[in-house]
Design a protein around this ligand. Structure first.
Ligand code: PLP
Length: 485
């Protein structure tokens, strides 16, 4: 895979040039975006003036100036950056600053932004081989049918053959929708009311999940949200991640009432937290013993830790799974799926109602199909593991050398680190991290041309477009900043 990767290869002290240039099969359709940066020049000219102006306007138009809270930079200070272009491993703002991007649109961009490597889909020979060109071709036929299309079958087959637990799938438009749907399904199937979730795990913003939630809820320090009626959360039980005896106690106290456990098998929404070796196994056993369902929320981990997600990586098969992000290749998407006998309860095959005007729309399906196709190429996950290992080891090494308490980890293309000795096994441990130090680190890295998630409580993501050179530049930047903070 490494050989197939022609990332932008530039950054500090180097001049960078990359080009989005692709055509449809007749070669008539072309996009061209050039990214060229000399970093000395970049540092000299570093200004966020245009971003600041645009964000000041945005604040008058949209709550907090953003359309999703964690984008608002509340926990790292300063104003969010307003972006203009993405390409490969790079993201460029409206002031012309370019950054190595470890947010990847919060996960979807695993093959790199605006991919132009491409791969042919045998069952769709008429489609050009890259995400952007295939989208343009699909768009010629219209943007939404509100009716079945062939592309849904193709992506459904790809998802079913990749993810061990999924025998049937329902596409929706976001991870939130997927999690809402899957919990309704678990309750319908078991005829039980309660679910168990873990502190610091985020399953979207549906009422029943806004209890001890991660992501923006954690970042902004919101314990719950006003507007969520008590009735919506009385059936949501919580336990600390990695704490199997807390889960056993919940099953004892609520005998015969628990429909399902839902969890992020590797937490990404309180920062990166891996499960202890026996935790997932024990949860699988407990759910079986109590006739409850096990739901892996793989909106983040699906196709990111390995092609078959966390369940393939750890060899633990849940009953139901949610997906999002990567399977839409950067367009709005979500999905839930699982055992056929459970999925056949979903309307119109069965009585559990769930629907969506734009669900399975041809554009999201096209971007998803092409993204998964690239991920199927040999060596993909070995490459992601290699560069992400290099990155996290490098950051931890320079952090320790500079005298900081720091710990972290990675799997596949997902990583995170905390400013604490660790180990970090759950949300309470994550909250011991020095978030003021993280904020200083964050601001320093931005000025060095590295864009991380603007919160200590979010995982980072690498992509096939990140080169070893990107990683080395990032470590060099971290070394410099960590000496100063
Ligand atoms: C594990 C997990 N579940 C659900 C969601 C919600 O997905 P969306 O933002 O697409 O609604 C997210 C979003 O980050 C997530 O990480």
């Amino acid at each position: 895979m490494a050989a197939a990767i022609t990332g932008v290869g530039a950054g500090l002290g180097v001049s960078c040039s990359s080009k989005i240039s692709q055509g449809n099969s007749s070669g008539s359709l072309r996009y061209s975006v050039k990214m060229t940066v000399s970093v000395e020049e970049k540092k000299k000219n570093f200004t966020l003036k245009k971003s600041e102006e645009a964000f000041n306007v945005a604040k008058e138009l949209m709550p907090g100036g953003v359309n999703s809270p964690v984008r608002a930079f509340k926990s790292v200070g300063g104003q969010p950056i307003v972006f203009d272009t993405v390409k490969g491993s790079r993201i460029r703002d409206i002031d012309g600053n370019e950054y190595i991007d470890y947010v990847g649109s919060w996960g979807p961009a695993i093959i790199g932004h605006a991919d132009d490597e491409g791969s042919v889909i045998p069952v769709l020979p008429h489609l050009p081989s890259t995400v952007l060109a295939a989208l343009a071709e699909t768009m010629k036929k219209g943007t939404s049918f509100g009716a079945p299309c062939l592309l849904e079958n193709v992506l459904a087959e790809m998802v079913i053959s990749a993810v061990p637990s999924i025998e049937m799938v329902r596409f929706v438009n976001s991870g939130t929708e997927a999690c809402m749907g899957v919990v309704r399904l678990a309750r319908a199937f078991t005829a039980r009311p309660k679910i168990i979730k873990f502190e610091g795990c985020y399953h979207g913003h549906a009422n029943s999940f806004l209890v001890q939630a991660g992501s923006g809820v954690a970042t902004l320090g919101l314990p719950d949200s006003p507007g969520v009626p008590k009735g919506a959360t009385v059936d949501t039980l919580t336990a600390p991640f990695n704490d199997i005896s807390a889960v056993e106690n919940l099953f004892k106290t609520h005998q015969g009432e628990i429909a399902a456990i839902i969890l992020e098998p590797v937490v990404g929404n309180s920062g990166f937290i891996a499960p202890n070796p026996d935790f997932l196994n024990a949860i699988r056993q407990l759910t079986k013993e109590h006739n409850a369902l096990l739901i892996f929320d793989e909106v983040m981990t699906g196709f990111r830790l390995s092609y078959g997600g966390a369940q393939e990586y750890f060899g633990i098969t849940p009953d139901l799974t949610t997906l999002g992000k990567i399977i839409g290749g950067g367009l709005p998407v979500g999905a839930y799926g699982g055992k056929r006998e459970i999925m056949e309860m979903v309307a119109p095959a069965g009585p559990m109602y769930q629907a969506g005007t734009l669900s399975g729309n041809p554009l999201a399906m096209t971007a998803g199909i092409h993204t998964l196709k690239r991920l199927q190429e040999p060596g993909t996950y070995e490459y992601l593991n290699k560069i992400t290992n290099e990155l996290i080891q490098g950051i931890l090494d320079v952090g320790k050398k500079a005298g900081h308490a720091i710990c972290g980890g990675y799997i596949g293309g997902m990583f995170g680190f905390f400013f604490t000795e660790g180990p970090v096994n759950n949300f309470a441990d994550a909250k011991k991290s020095d978030t003021a130090k993280f904020a200083r680190f964050y601001r320093g890295m931005l000025e060095e041309g590295v864009y991380l998630a603007p919160s200590q409580f979010e995982a980072g993501f690498t992509s096939l477009a990140h080169t070893s050179e990107d990683i080395q530049l990032t470590i060099a930047a971290a070394e410099k900043v960590l000496k100063q903070i």
